[in-house]
Design a binder for this molecule. Structure first.
Ligand code: SAM
Length: 219
């Protein structure tokens, strides 16, 4: 599909998307103006679909940034859903905290200001389980996160992994990318390989936007 066709489809589909609450549109604008990476509208559509059709009691997000996706998921959830979201970078979580104070009216969001690996291990120790997990952090760490995240998923639960194509660069030749990106791409490939070989889960990788892997823990 050409770039032009893909943009026309975006515009077409926009007509059939429920409009965002005003504060989420404002957050999106703020993120864009301040070069803060947040999920795309397509990732948002998929998360919303999964949340609406599975009604999870608990959601875990790795990578809060300024809280856009956490608040979006809270809007898509029913009143009983609790969302735990993890962010390492102080300059981002202070902003998220402010947004949660203002807009998380039913206090459904718990922000943990820490490194995801530590949090995953703590949650495992507490034997917590989640119906939906949204993985949207440093791609290079995905293989180390994966075994823990699968254990944290309840049976039938869904793990959504964003930006699996690393802005398309994962498709480039190994020789055309920097050493750092090469390492990240190796880890993304390793992550997809781990998912492919995992008996507890079933995964589909969708070539939508920047690539989204949807993994279900099978019963
Ligand atoms: N999910 C957010 C949204 O759509 O609104 C965007 C998240 S942004 C793409 C990724 C975030 O993950 C960054 O803010 C980064 O600081 C955070 N991050 C990266 N590695 C992390 C780690 N090991 N632990 C916690 N947060 C991490």
């Amino acid at each position: 599909m050409t770039q032009e066709m893909s943009e026309r489809i975006d515009v077409f589909l926009e007509n059939y998307r429920e409009p965002l609450p005003e504060y989420l549109s404002d957050m999106k604008k703020y993120a864009f103006e301040n070069h803060i990476p947040i999920m795309s509208d397509f990732t948002a559509d998929i998360l919303k679909y999964i949340i609406k059709t599975t009604s999870p009691q608990k959601i875990l997000e790795i990578g809060t940034a300024i809280g856009y996706s956490a608040l979006f998921m809270s809007e898509a959830s029913n009143n009983n859903t609790k969302i735990t979201t993890v962010e390492l970078m102080e300059k981002r979580y202070v902003i998220a905290e402010e947004y949660f104070k203002k807009f998380d009216n039913d206090s459904s969001i718990l922000l943990i200001k820490s490194d995801a690996m530590e949090v995953i291990n703590e949650l495992l120790e507490k034997d917590e389980k989640f119906g939906v997990i949204f993985l949207d952090a440093a791609k290079g760490q995905y293989p180390s996160f994966l075994p823990g995240l699968i254990s944290l998923l309840e049976k039938g639960g869904v793990l959504v992994t964003d930006n699996i194509f690393h802005n398309g660069a994962v498709l480039d030749s190994r020789y055309a990318v920097s050493q750092r990106d090469r390492t990240i791409h190796d880890r993304i490939r390793q992550y997809l390989e781990m998912l492919k070989n995992n008996d507890e889960t079933e995964t589909i990788t969708l070539p939508i936007d920047d690539g989204i892997a949807i993994t279900k823990k099978v019963d």
